[in-house]
Design a protein. Structure first.
Length: 246
């Protein structure tokens, strides 16, 4: 695939604008790379070096790995006085079910199934960061977030509401990089957490002529050696008082 073909594919897939009348080809390519990099690091690197990932040399892979390691970590906190104002928020009143781990995981399973079904029905759907927070009174708060602010949003909810647990879903590229090769897989990743439990639920998929095909869902428990951005959601947040809410 040539550079021109890579550019055409990226413009169509990531819905980028047309080249401006007085814009040079080089400037347009830089703008396209900046646009794509917020959605797909590997596709942006393909545009940067002019080669599809399958044709990368070991030096190309090394450059890609170096760049990914420099990606800023997700935002951990909002500034004093700042709030996630403007985010669309939906709150569903609590029902009669007891607020337990089982309820949280049932809601999370339902949410993941809904995202998977929509991805199959709409292969080009641009999935937002979907955040759901289960409160101690059984209410469910649902919102979306910018990719870099998802942890800050959860910490804000933990500090300003009686948060029992959360689940957050995102459509992401999973990159595997060794010394000479780099590959990527698309997947819906769901993080589920309470004060006591953490789970990562992963549903990878491939795009085929017959449509989107999902592999069986896998569960992973983050370990102490993993870089877990959600490990600190409840840190420094006092636990809610014991007993039923008044």
């Amino acid at each position: 695939m040539t550079l021109d073909e890579l550019i055409a594919v990226a413009v169509a897939r990531y819905e980028f604008r047309r080249q401006l009348r007085k814009e040079t080809a080089a400037a347009y390519r830089v703008a396209l790379i900046d646009h794509v990099e917020t959605r797909d690091f590997a596709a942006a690197h393909e545009l940067r070096i002019g080669k599809p990932q399958a044709e990368w040399s070991p030096d190309d892979v090394h450059d890609f790995k170096t760049r990914t390691l420099k990606i800023p970590r997700v935002r951990q906190e909002f500034a004093p006085g700042e709030t996630p104002f403007g985010l669309p928020v939906v709150c569903v009143a609590g029902g009669s079910a007891a607020v337990t781990d089982e309820l949280l995981f049932t809601l999370a399973d339902n949410g993941l199934t809904a995202v998977i079904e929509r991805r199959i029905a709409e292969p080009q759907w641009d999935v937002p960061i979907l955040i759901s927070a289960l409160l101690m009174d059984g209410s469910l708060v649902a919102t979306t977030s910018a990719r870099g602010s998802r942890v800050a949003v959860l910490k804000y909810l933990a500090r300003n509401s009686p948060l029992f647990g959360f689940f957050i879903a995102a459509d992401m590229f999973l990159h595997t990089i060794d010394d000479t090769t780099a590959t990527k897989t698309e997947g819906i990743i769901m993080h589920i957490g309470t004060r006591e439990r953490r789970l990562v639920r992963l549903a990878t998929y491939s795009r085929t002529p017959a449509g989107v095909v999902f592999a069986p869902t896998k569960d992973m428990v983050p370990t102490a050696s993993d870089e877990d951005p959600y490990a600190e959601v409840f840190v420094s947040v006092p636990p809610p008082p014991a007993g039923a809410p008044s």
